[in-house]
Ligand binder design. Sequence first.
Ligand code: G3I
Length: 374
Amino acid sequence: MKTQPFLAITSGFLAVASSLSAQPTLKEAFKNQFLIGAAVNQRQFSEQDARGAAIVKAQFNSITPENVLKWEAVHPQPDEYNFEPGDRYVEFGEKNGMTIIGHTLVWHSQTPRWVFQDAEGKDLDREALLTRMSNHIHTVVGRYKGRIKGWDVVNEALMDNGMMRQTRWLKIIGDDYIVKAFEFAHAADPNAELYYNDYSLENETKRNACVELVKKLQARGVRIHAIGTQHHNKLASPTLAQMEKTLVEFSKLGVKVCITELDVDTVASSQRNTSADVADVTRQTGTDNSQASGLPDDLQQKQAQRYAEMFALFHKHADKIDRVTLWGVTDADSWLNRPGRVNHPLLFDRNGKPKPAFDAVIKAANPPTIPIVP
Ligand code: G3I
């Protein structure tokens, strides 16, 4: 019998709808392990991107602002704060009962030049820059006191070689700028969780440098709740052993770990560059657009396997992990897309459909029980 087109469409729709409703969501699957977060952009939290917003509401129980609370966005001029997007972001999280994260207070990037200068364009001295840092932190953290659960206080202060990054913050204030940032944030909201956040912490040199940094902060009496390890990963690096070592070593410091910016870059020519330094992004631009028309099946499976292994590891160490946040919602939103370089790093494709990687992550939430052989 020939199927009527209308019936075919309706039954197809019902099949998709029922398979989606039968599938547990990410936040349900991991509800006993850790929070599942997503970095959200303005189009999503304002619900202009209705499909993106719906995915966030259905799947995630924590959000991080991808850009709107960075210094240049929230405090573009010395006497001008732009809280409109941040306010909408926090309202979106509250309306949907989510754990709301703040990102980020002190960073070398996306910070206007004027921050470090006086009205004549001359470098500020230590005291003046500390005053500026304190005012910024008190104003931003203070505005969302009791509503934003935790803050990435300092972002990416270490280099891949384990040295402190030579930022304007470090050069003008000195290496206690990190201690000061944490103290100001704690004073602004004594109940907020405070995090140090960085990338490539799975590499031994940088891992050790981070351990030393956190020990120094703790010795100065700084209240640090967790280390955020970003996890901008490739298909094969870092290895699971590297990731596990970092989770274990950080946990020994008596802090929690948050996986803060998870994605898995699929583009072939990016696989060699294992740094997530924003300054290195130009090295990744190239013209590798081999995935412009979609992610080939073999890579789709490889990525799913990679996500499965990572989530199995996170599951194993769930006692150490507070939150796993993906850096974006669908592949179309990811920072890893560049002109001439279409990427597929996340769990939902460009049509908002769950990818094989999504199914793999859900499966990793329920690892098969190994039968006990008598
Ligand atoms: O909104 C402006 C727009 O007004 C302007 O006209 C346009 C022209 O450049 O830029 C727009 O800003 C862009 C912004 O994203 C919002 O889309 C910036 O150029 C662009 O540099 C910025 O990129 C962000 C990047 O951080 C730098 O802040 C990415 O979206 C964001 O995903 C990325 O996130 C970082 C984390 O914060 C820290 N860890 C690494 C991670 C990936 O780089």
